[in-house]
Design a protein around this ligand. Structure first.
Ligand code: ADP
Ligand code: MG
Length: 568
């Protein structure tokens, strides 16, 4: 049965952020749809008539009794909280009891509703103070249909300051998309001017839903991580777990030219949180091309006492207790999503067919340590163990540029230079060392800016005569290189320490065109797989191309029944 609506006591009303929640067509849609979700609906039909400033939202939720319908639109009436203490236990999307009341003051409001199990439905038309003006029985399936017409009709000044109708329509679509991402199990049908506008099928995961919203993204371009995480210490509800659901666009496959798809939701609602957005961006550091931004959707499910929703009336901003704890969890989740392991290989079917199909000539060449593939000992990250489970095996080199690698689920082509660049870059970040060299590297005709740039990245540089400078310390990797002087010149052209690390890694990585032995290729593959961000190089270029067994089987039509295809 439907829950019961009461007017909130005055002391609770004082604690609630007061303010106008209805300021556009999109905000009407948001408030009505959130009510449908709170009512447990699984199917929501939104109809929009922008020219008439009319919105209708129909749902199959719990519905309302006649008694509740009569109270629903009076000021501060809600069935969702009843005391101040409840403000810290909010699990519903609404709680202020304000939306329907505001709508009666700004528009014409009519609600049809029938509670689950109720034997009849009721239609109520409300007056400007939220009172039930007109009540009649009506035939309706269990659920609720709310119609708002002539929005801002009695205060036409309000319409003037608004964005154009076309922009408002776009905002309605964006609102529905955002809410849908937070509730992927809902079936949506959206109509505009009596024609079907768009629909969204229910999905079992966000990764399944996102391609319906962002059409250029495929499910295979996405990686999902679903984690159960402990609540921060000193949490009142120590035993309760929180959830973190993250979907990222793989950085070697999709990214955007604006940071418009770094979305964060908390407990079923999209929020703006520059702190969490920044954490997400940092998680993608040096994995994307310059000026490109990731596609991410993060949904935190946190026990309500950690959240204060009362930051603004539209509830799009929140205060999170223990912010740095959640930031750390997000960083770890992104790191996990960016790694490569057997579970994250898309489409992988674990058969050994590919292994049998591929015949690679065993090469006997010895391992040449001077090629700097093992030049720097590096820290083993605990999470690396996860990554090793893929068992990539080097089988051949193509054009002295690509390593052909096999694993039980497919074949990969790995570009040797950038794979090595990724390895060296992470080693440099973990262990950037400047060491003395003897004799010093002599450079000439440096500008004062170049000299100070080299000093900025901590190289020991001093005048050595007319137009000459002596560089007495260099980054470890450059020490034994023949082109050490060129490399230092390159560093002198600018950039911060991170840029210098990228430049040194790029210069030191094995070049394309270099012949590698099988053993060398295997070492490189092993080291590369253990990197934190194996998908792209520090400039954001993709490192590998995978041909998964399932895709190969599809291409070679291995599912054909030969007898049939031969016409037998
Ligand atoms: P709030 O959502 O903050 O409680 P609203 O003004 O949006 O305030 O709604 C008032 C009350 O009306 C809700 O608490 C709920 O009990 C009831 N209600 C509104 N919309 C629906 C719906 N679609 N289905 C069932 N009940 C609803
Ligand atoms: Mg509401």
């Amino acid at each position: 049965m439907a829950s019961t609506i009461y007017a909130l006591p005055a002391e609770v009303v004082h604690l609630i952020t007061a303010g106008e929640v209805i300021d556009s067509l999109a905000s009407v849609v948001r408030e009505l749809v959130e009510n449908s979700l709170d009512a447990g609906a699984t199917r929501i039909v939104v109809s929009l008539w922008p020219g008439q400033w009319r919105v209708r939202v129909a749902d199959n939720g719990c519905g309302m009794t006649l008694d509740d319908l009569q109270k629903a639109a009076t000021a501060h009436s809600t069935s969702k909280i009843c005391s101040c203490a409840d403000l810290w236990k909010i699990t519903s999307l609404g709680f202020r009891g304000e939306a329907l009341h505001s709508l009666t003051t700004l528009a014409d409001l009519e609600i049809l509703s029938r509670p689950l199990g109720g034997d009849c439905g009721w239609r109520v038309v409300y007056g400007y103070a939220g009172e039930a003006l007109y009540v009649e029985a009506c035939a309706i399936a269990p659920g609720t249909v709310v119609t708002v017409s002539h929005l801002f009709g009695n205060c036409s000044g309000r319409r003037e300051g608004l964005p154009t109708l076309a922009q408002q329509i776009k905002a309605v679509q964006a609102t529905i998309h955002q809410i849908a991402l937070c509730h992927p199990h809902i079936t949506w049908q959206v109509w505009q001017n009596d024609r079907e506008w768009f629909s969204l099928c229910p999905a079992t995961s966000i990764g399944q839903l996102l391609p319906q919203i962002l059409h250029q993204v495929k499910e295979a371009d996405l990686q999902e991580v679903k984690l159960e995480i402990p609540n921060p210490e000193n949490s009142e509800f120590g035993i309760q777990k929180s959830g973190l659901h993250l979907v990222i666009g793989l950085p070697d496959r999709c990214h955007r030219h604006r940071p418009d798809w770094i979305r964060v939701a908390v407990n079923g609602r999209m929020v703006k949180s520059s702190e969490l957005e920044q954490t997400i961006l940092s998680g993608f550091y040096r994995t994307l091309p310059r000026d490109r931004y990731p596609i991410t959707f993060l949904h935190l499910l946190i026990s309500p006492e950690h959240i204060n929703w009362n930051r603004n009336p539209a509830k799009t901003e929140i205060y999170l207790n223990q912010l740095s704890y959640w930031q750390e969890q997000i960083t770890q989740a992104i790191a996990q999503a960016l790694r490569i392991n057997s579970t994250s290989v898309k489409d992988a079917v674990h058969t050994t067919r590919v292994g049998k199909l591929l015949k690679a000539a065993e090469e006997k060449g010895g391992y040449n340590v001077n090629r700097s593939l093992t030049c720097e000992e590096h820290k083993t990250h605990p999470e690396m163990l996860l990554a090793t489970s893929l068992q990539l095996k080097a089988v051949a080199q193509v054009n002295n540029t690509y390593i052909v690698a096999e694993h039980p689920g497919g074949v990969w082509l790995v570009e040797q230079h950038i794979a090595h660049e990724r390895v060296l870059y992470e080693q440099l970040c973990d262990n950037w060392k400047i060491i003395p060299i003897e004799p010093p590297v002599i450079l000439y005709q440096l500008s004062p800016a170049q000299v100070s740039q080299l000093q900025r990245i901590d190289l020991d540089i001093e005048p050595f005569g007319e137009q000459l400078w002596a560089v007495r310390t260099v980054p470890t990797l450059l020490q034994q290189r023949d082109d050490c002087a060129d490399a230092i010149l390159e560093l002198s052209w600018g950039g911060d320490l991170q840029a210098a690390q990228v430049a040194v890694a790029c210069r030191s990585a094995i070049r394309n065109g270099t012949t590698l032995s099988l053993q060398e290729m295997q070492t490189l593959l092993d080291e590369w797989q253990r990197t934190r961000n194996p998908r792209t190089c520090p400039h954001g270029r993709p490192i590998y191309l995978s041909l998964e067994e399932s895709a190969l089987a599809r291409f070679f039509k291995r599912h054909w029944v030969i007898g049939k295809s031969h016409g037998i």
